[in-house]
Design a protein around this ligand. Structure first.
Ligand code: ADP
Length: 483
């Protein structure tokens, strides 16, 4: 059975007080007994003394003849005298132990032989029988002439002793009850605090760290509660830290897995993309070995081998560029660049190609300055404008804008071309991804242009976004920190 701590404390305190009371009462009662004993011994000795004084006085008044039978003749008178003084039953014995006179009624008498034997040897002796003391002492004239016995009532002493004892018992019971009630209420506050501390530890166990509030007490329990509060907040902090670290680790593992997957597809793509032009070249070489003087085959072979070799060359160059950008912290030649100047130069270079398809380049350029690598910026914009031409329609348009906003430089390259389908929007920056393989191939595309563009922009602390516009066509928005 579980007994609460406050009951245990209360019972303990009540018993402790009761024990103290018992020891105290024992000491007081034994003091009372000793004192009473001393009192009645003194009183009875005094009565014996008075008796002896009477004997001596009475003896002097007797004639020489009467003195022989003095005690036998005077005993009754002596007893009557003493009785009038102290009211006690008194008996007198001669030196043979024979009773001369006894004022006590016959049926109340007790056997005092043993006591008599002491008194006849000149000794005082007494015995307690019930609530009486039989006190016996020698009587003297000059020498011992007999023995006197007093029948002394102890009733008053015993009543007083019993009254005090009953008083102690009552006080003991009251002390027990009141100390139990008092201790119960006093320990109630402790017990409440202990129960709260117990709840706090259970809350820590269940991870409810925020439910813990320290106790406002100016004692060890208060300090313990502060300690538990501090401990729980430390545990919470550490768990949060651990969870954050775990989350970071999980993300790192995810990233690593994605990177591994990306690398695998990258290598798979390289193998595939390299195989196609090499197969074309090899096939033409085999055919040329068989039909070496076929002029049509020779013409075809020349055109296609040059085309595929050019594609292979471009691919190798872009792959090397891309992987070197991803692996090494490339040395960029940073300088202050007016983006407008670069875009003007590129537009005039691309003008010829655009005209071929009757595409107009419409510029709205502000002079905006950034810190960048000129050659790489040229590479970025050539790629984007080249794509805008490649994936445009005949008589289409390309809009090239540059402007500053919120301490950033923005460059927009928008075209009225075929656009990029929704499902492909997220993938176009991945290496080797093309929406339409044939269209891309026909224009000498490799699927590496945009991934290289993105990498180059990000290395120069910029961003590239494919905007979701209502108009048909494609819009890329590039931003760089403004200078
Ligand atoms: P590619 O060498 O094939 O052009 P890119 O990486 O430059 O490779 O582009 C990836 C793909 O994104 C292209 O194959 C094409 O499908 C699509 N794309 C890029 N730019 C545009 C554009 N301006 N309009 C429509 N589609 C585009």
């Amino acid at each position: 059975m579980k007994v609460s701590i406050k009951i245990k404390f209360s019972v303990f305190l009540a018993i402790l007080l009761l024990l103290t009371m018992s020891i105290l009462s024992k000491l007081v009662l034994s003091g009372i007994t000793n004192n009473q004993k001393k009192d009645y011994e003194t009183y009875l000795a005094q009565q014996v003394k008075i008796a002896n004084t009477y004997i001596r006085q009475m003896y002097l008044t007797k004639s020489i003849e009467d003195r022989k039978q003095f005690l036998q003749e005077s005993a009754q008178e002596l007893v009557a005298q003493l009785n009038s003084i102290n009211g006690m039953y008194t008996a007198i014995y001669d030196m043979n132990g024979k009773e001369i006179t006894n004022s006590m009624p016959y049926n109340n008498r007790t056997d005092v032989k043993e006591l008599l034997s002491h008194a006849l040897k000149d000794q005082i002796a007494y015995q307690i029988v019930g609530d009486y003391a039989e006190y016996i002492a020698p009587l003297y004239n000059v020498d011992q002439i007999g023995v006197i016995k007093f029948h002394y009532s102890l009733k008053k002493n015993i009543d007083f002793y019993n009254d005090i004892k009953a008083l102690f018992m009552k006080i003991g019971a009251v002390v027990f009850v009141f100390s139990f009630i008092g201790a119960y209420f006093y320990f109630n506050t402790f017990s409440k605090s202990i129960v709260k501390l117990k709840k706090d530890t259970l809350d820590i166990k269940s991870g409810l760290y925020n439910d813990i509030v320290p106790l406002r007490r100016n004692d060890e329990l208060g300090e313990l509660s502060e300690g538990i509060y501090y401990m729980s907040s430390q545990i919470e902090k550490n768990i949060k830290k651990m969870e954050e670290e775990q989350q970071k680790l999980r993300l790192a593992v995810q990233k690593l897995k994605a990177l591994e997957k990306q690398q695998k597809t990258f290598i798979g793509n390289i193998t595939h993309e390299f195989k196609t032009p090499l197969t074309v070249i090899k096939t033409y070489m085999d055919l040329l070995n068989i039909y070496s003087d076929d002029p049509n085959l020779l013409k075809d072979a020349k055109v296609n081998i040059v085309k595929e070799t050019q594609r292979l060359y471009e691919m190798v160059e872009k792959i090397l560029h891309l992987s070197s950008l991803q692996k090494y912290d490339f040395e960029f030649q940073y300088e202050k660049i007016d983006v407008k100047e670069i875009l003007e130069e590129i537009c005039s270079r691309m003008q010829g190609k655009a005209q071929k398809f009757n595409i107009s380049l419409i510029k709205n350029l502000q002079s905006v300055f950034i810190l960048g690598d000129k050659e790489n910026l040229m590479h970025i914009f050539i790629n984007l404008i080249d794509n805008a031409i490649k994936y445009n329609k005949v008589n289409g348009e390309i809009f090239i804008n540059s402007y500053t906003k919120d301490k950033k430089v923005f460059i927009e390259v928008a075209d009225t071309g075929i656009g990029i389908p929704k499902e492909a929007r997220e993938k176009i920056f991945e290496p080797f991804y093309t929406v339409n393989k044939d269209r891309s191939k026909n224009h000498g595309g490799t699927g590496l242009g945009l991934s290289l563009v993105k990498e180059l922009i990000e290395k120069q602390k910029g961003t590239i976004l494919l905007l979701d516009t209502k108009e048909k066509g494609t819009t890329f928005l590039i931003s760089f920190p403004s200078l």
